[in-house]
Design a protein around this ligand. Structure first.
Ligand code: HDE
Length: 695
């Protein structure tokens, strides 16, 4: 493997170029063994007679079978199900004042990145749309080495000290005696852990909110969670928290839809990511930082080292410093998504750690887990993990070593090799740890400043809209309702009465527990508008619309709506009873999905085409009616042309003709020749969901 000796010229293509040396294309090639010997036959093992036993000397059979037998590696102990994509990152303006990190200096430099999105609890084959936190891990291949920002889509964590991580994970994974349930916290052990470890309260509020069922990886925020440090050239440090803000805004599914998707399309999120990149709709995320001066470390009513606390954006503004664009799908999921090895300890000069006890423990865990998962200490040599800058040291040998290190010297200091490879000074780019003064007795204790478990949980609750609060109540009722142990249910209700008495009462009523009498709810009145998804960016771009049509549909109407949608960056698809062409009055269109191969949960909006004959035949298809009623139930925009109105659900029919109510309800009438109709539809789709229809 060649390395760029000058360490120059890292650009958006550097990683792609490096990976190219490892890519293998079998087209037009002869089949060989791994030793390169051409194979003459690949369907029959070598036998003593056509009905006789297989012979040991069949090296082709043995090699093929042995390799197959060893194809699997252990899945990640958490975040097992994930999906990656390549792209690049560009800073908007030099960050010299705050950090010396080279990739944050020059706005003309495109630093290659690989991102892996994941769920946390489920196995590698579990469904994408489950209620869970999402991992959002980014590897920046910078000219100074790899920097990993290993975050989640939730800004806080369940626990404060890493030593509790194995307990937390054991509680939410399937229960060991019967290995149920898969990819879900809706079971006794998780809620038992929660109620007996009340530092979980804040993150549970997030996982019971819509944040835990994102519409798309492309529409969720990312957070570094911990407090890190930026350190500039002069050695001045500031505390920093990292944020990713999706350009399309932060949007969620509704729970019923998420649950149905888990069956209808378990690959919903990876398909969405893959397809959007294939179509050139590149996902974009802006990088933001919140910074706190070292001297302000104790100016807040929470401890900035406590990972169960966020820094309210209204208090500590998020400075947007750059943008990441994901523009290339991986070539091979195993080689890239599965073998990529992230580690929050992979930092570059200018980025340093804090004493957050959760972060400190992570700094141990990630390399340790790669050793078992990737089978030895040389996982940094795997193509996806290699830095794009040179790397030299005296670490030799080990399983699967690929580098051929030359010469007899594998130690430092030495005279035989002029002391090479030699340490670099800070000026030469050497990593110098921030010289934080530390003093203290060795104690197994947690700081008193970590003891408040409820104030920010309450702030989160205060920040939700009424609709979001209702969703949370339903999520709690679902999850705690699945708990068998009555005592655990009561403990959970009692715990959340410390957050909000109304919430606790609602959970209690739903799960058959007692409404707590002695309520000790948090007195916090603060709310943070940034936490509500109602205040997010709205865009119609990349939304998917199902057009329901049958023979006899109104061709000119559908054609003009389709064109308008496409030019707004929306993806329309014709859904009908059968695949093939359908005839309208004036032309034909191709059906790409049927009521069997798709479902309304796979779309953001639907449009029932006008045309008497089309509407008549759609009415005879029960799945077509279900398609519409489900879209209605999931608060999605529903458009109709002419007779298409006959498929609208009864509640929607009642409002027909009252144009004000119609648009509030997200129902759009397409009148032929009315140019504003398509525009109304596009605006309605951009709203994401129409909560005016709620409850
Ligand atoms: Fe992780 N975490 N984690 N985690 N984590 C892993 O590393 C761990 C935590 C996160 O796409 C593991 O390579 C400990 C917080 C992501 O490959 C493991 C603690 C956050 C991913 C591990 C935490 C994360 C992981 C399993 C408590 C958000 C997937 C496989 C101290 C900031 C990365 C692996 C990928 C994966 C340990 C808590 C994010 C076992 C001990 C907080 C996104 O090393």
């Amino acid at each position: 493997m060649k390395q760029d000796p000058q360490n120059k010229g890292v650009n958006a293509h550097s990683k792609d170029k490096q990976l190219e040396e490892f890519r293998m294309d079998n087209t037009g090639k002869k089949l060989t063994t791994n030793q390169g010997v051409k194979v003459s036959e690949d369907e029959h093992s070598l036998k003593a007679g056509s009905r006789g036993p297989t012979l040991m000397e069949d090296f082709h059979f043995r090699e093929k079978m042995t390799h197959f037998d060893h194809e699997r590696i252990p899945e990640r102990v958490v975040h097992a199900r994930g999906f990656g994509a390549h792209g690049y990152f560009q800073v908007y303006e030099p960050m010299t004042e705050y950090t010396r990190a080279k990739f944050l200096q020059d706005p003309s430099v495109k630093t290659p990145v690989f991102v892996r999105f994941s769920t946390v609890a489920g196995s590698r084959g579990s469904a994408d749309s489950v209620r869970d936190a999402r991992g959002f891990a980014t590897k920046f291949y910078t000219e100074e080495g790899n920097y990993d920002l290993v975050g989640n889509n939730i800004p806080v964590f369940f626990i404060q000290d890493a030593i509790k991580f194995p307990d937390l994970v054991h509680s939410f994974k399937p229960e060991p005696h019967n290995e149920m349930p898969q990819a879900s916290t809706a079971h006794d052990t998780f809620w038992d852990f929660a109620a007996n470890n009340t530092e979980t309260a804040h993150m549970i509020m997030w996982t019971m909110s819509d944040r835990a069922i994102p519409r798309s990886f492309r529409m969720m925020e990312g957070f570094g969670v911990h407090t890190f440090r930026f350190v500039n050239e002069l050695g001045k440090a500031r505390f920093v928290k990292f944020h990713w803000k999706p350009v399309l805004g932060t949007h969620s599914l509704v729970f019923d839809e998420a649950q149905k998707l888990a069956g209808k399309d378990p690959d919903f999120h990876r398909r969405d990511l893959w397809e959007s990149i294939e179509m050139g709709d590149y996902p974009e995320f802006e990088l933001g930082v919140q910074m706190i001066e070292e001297e302000d470390e104790f100016s807040f009513d929470f401890d900035i080292l406590d990972a169960t606390k966020l820094w309210p954006e209204e208090m500590v503004p998020v400075k947007i410093i750059g943008k990441m664009t994901l523009n290339r799908n991986q070539d091979n999921v195993f080689a890239e998504t599965e073998q990529v090895a992230f580690h929050p300890g992979h930092v570059v000069p200018g980025i340093d750690f804090s004493n957050d006890p959760l972060l400190q423990g992570r700094l141990f865990s990630y390399t340790d887990t790669q050793l078992i998962r990737l089978g030895g200490p040389n996982f940094h040599e795997l193509p996806i993990n290699r830095p794009v800058c040179p790397f030299h040291n005296n670490q030799y040998d080990g399983y699967h070593r690929m580098t051929i290190n030359k010469g007899p010297v594998a130690y430092h200091k030495n005279s035989m090799q002029n002391n090479d490879p030699s340490p670099a000074t800070a000026e030469e780019g050497g990593y110098v740890h921030y010289q934080e003064k530390v003093e203290g007795r060795k104690v197994r204790q947690r700081s008193d400043s970590f003891k408040d478990h409820y104030s920010q949980a309450k702030m989160f609750w205060n920040s939700m809209s009424e609709v979001e609060k209702q969703h949370m109540i339903e999520a709690f009722r679902f999850e705690v309702g699945k708990v068998q142990n009555k005592d655990v249910k009561q403990q959970v209700v009692d715990m959340f009465s410390n957050v909000d008495s109304f919430l606790a009462e609602q959970i209690a009523r739903g799960v058959g527990a007692k409404v707590p009498e002695a309520v000790n709810e948090s007195k916090v009145t603060l709310s943070s508008p940034a936490l509500s998804q109602m205040n997010t960016a709205k865009s119609p771009k990349t939304r998917k619309v199902a057009i329901l049509a049958e023979n006899g549909f109104s061709y000119s109407e559908v054609k003009s709506v389709m064109e308008a949608l496409k030019s707004a960056g929306i993806m329309p698809e014709i859904v009908s009873k059968n695949l093939g062409m359908i005839k309208g009055d004036g032309g034909e269109l191709e059906v790409v999905k049927t009521f069997l191969t798709s479902h309304s949960v796979m779309y953001d909006a639907i449009y029932i085409a006008g045309g008497k004959e089309s509407a008549e035949s759609l009415k005879k298809v029960p799945q077509a009616k279900e398609f519409v009623s489900e879209a209605y139930k999931h608060f999605k925009t529903i458009a109709f042309g002419g007779e298409g109105a006959e498929l609208l659900p009864a509640e929607a029919m009642d409002t027909l003709g009252q144009s004000q109510t119609l648009s509030e309800m997200g129902i759009v009438e397409i009148k032929s020749g009315d140019a504003s109709a398509s525009e109304n539809l596009i605006n309605s789709i951009a709203m994401h969901r129409h909560w005016g229809r709620a409850i």
